[in-house]
Design a protein around this ligand. Sequence first.
Ligand code: ASP
Ligand code: MG
Length: 448
Amino acid sequence: MIIMKFGGTSVQNAEAIRRVIGIVRGRMAEKPLVVVSALSKVTRQLCSIAEAAQGRREDEFRELLSALRKRHCDLAAELLPEGSALLQDCLGRIGQLCDELEDFVYGVFRIAELSPRSYARIVSTGELLSSVIVSAAMNAAGLSCHWADARRMMVTDCNYMSAAPDLEATEANVRREYPALSKGASVVLTQGFIASSVEGFPSVLGFEGSDYSAAIFGMALNASRVEIWTDVDGIRTADPRIVSDTGRIARLSYDEAAEMASLGARVLHPLTIGPARKRGIPVVVLNSSNPEGQGSEVSFSGEGAGPKSIALNEEVEFLRITSPKTGGAAAMLADVYQVLASEGLKSGPETVSESSLNIVLEVGKTASDNAVRRLREKYEVQVSTDRALVSVVGRDVASSHEVLSALLRKSAPVYMLSASPSMLSVSVVVDKAGAKSIVAALHREYFG
Ligand code: ASP
Ligand code: MG
C-alpha cells in the first residue's frame, strides 16, 4: 500500500480536487491511504477566528466563520451531483462541524481566553471539513472511499498546538483500526495535522504538520512509498520564489532532506523524515498540477557528494552570548541550552569558544525575549534581528574546498560560519538585507 498526502493548494478548489481524484484513480492498484490538509489558507483563517474571539472582536470572527462555512458548502455543491444523497449528507456534516465550531468559538469569546487546548480544537476543524468534502467527491466519482478520523489513531502529548506524537501508541492504533477501515474500500481517506492528546482532546502537530502525519501513517502501515503532493515539481535546488532557474533534485538522501528542512528550506516538515527512515520507506515529492512530472525521491541512496540545494532562513535571531567569567564553555552551554529548552525554542547552527557562544535561534517572539532576559541575568547577550542564515546542503559539502571558497567569496560580511558535524551542510550568518542576492549568486556558482 502507499500513502498519498495532498497539501492545501492541491485541494484548494473544485478543479484541484478533481485533479486529485484523477491522480488517486491512477494509483488504485496500490491501495492508497490518502491524507489531506485543510483547504488552502483555512488553517490561517481559523487562527484569525480564534484570536478575534479571544480579543472580543465579535463582528470579525462571525464574518470569518460565515465565509468559512460558505466556502465549504459551495465547494461541496460544485463537486457533488445536485439533489444527490451524497450532497445532502456532505452538507449535513459540514453544517454540523461549522455549528460545533461556532459554539466553541462563542465560548472563547465569552470567556475571552484562549488556551492552547482550545486553540487546537478550533484549528483542527479545517482538516475535518476538507476531508469530508474530498471523501464525498471521491465517492461521487466512483472510487468507494472510506473516511477515517485521524484523531482516533494519532495520539500525542498535551503540547496542543505543536504536539509530539506517541509513535508507538499511534502505530498500535493504526494497525488495529486500519483493517476495518480499509475493508471493502478502494481508498481510505484521513486527515493530516490533527490528532488527539493522551487526555482525549484534539491536538495538532504544528503548522505544516500533515507531511509528518503522512510519514507516521506510512511507518505504521509499512507503506511501500509515501507521496507528498504539493504545488512545485519536487524538491528544488533553491526556493523558486528567490531564484528563477532552480532545478529539480531527482534523488536525495534522508539525511540531506532532513538537513535542508531543519535549515529552513520549505520542502517537507522537518520531522517527516524520521518515521520514513525508520522503515526505509521512500518519500516522493510530486506536483499535483503536473502529475506527469517526476518529482524528487528521498531515500537511503542520495546521488553523490556536492551541493544539492541552497537554503535560506530569514526567520531567525542571531545571539552572541559572552561570559564575564572564565568558567569554561561547558557550564555556559549547559545554562544556555537549559534556558532555550525550557522556553521551547529551537536553535540552529552555533559556534562556541572558551567564553562566548554564537547561536542562531528560530524566531519565537515572546519566548526568545524571555530567554534573552533570563540569560542576561548571568551573561552578556547581543541580539541581532536583521540577520539571515544561508546554508549549502549536500553530502560532504562542508569538507569541499570549492564549496567553502565560493560560499565565502559570495557572502561578505559573514557574522558566523558553521559546518554541521555530519558535513552535510555549511552555513553562514549574513545581513538579512543582502541574503536573497547571496542565495542567487551561490545558486549561479554551484548550479549555473
Ligand atoms: N493545514 C495545516 C497548516 O496549514 C497543516 C498542513 O497543511 O500541513 O499548517
Ligand atoms: Mg506543506
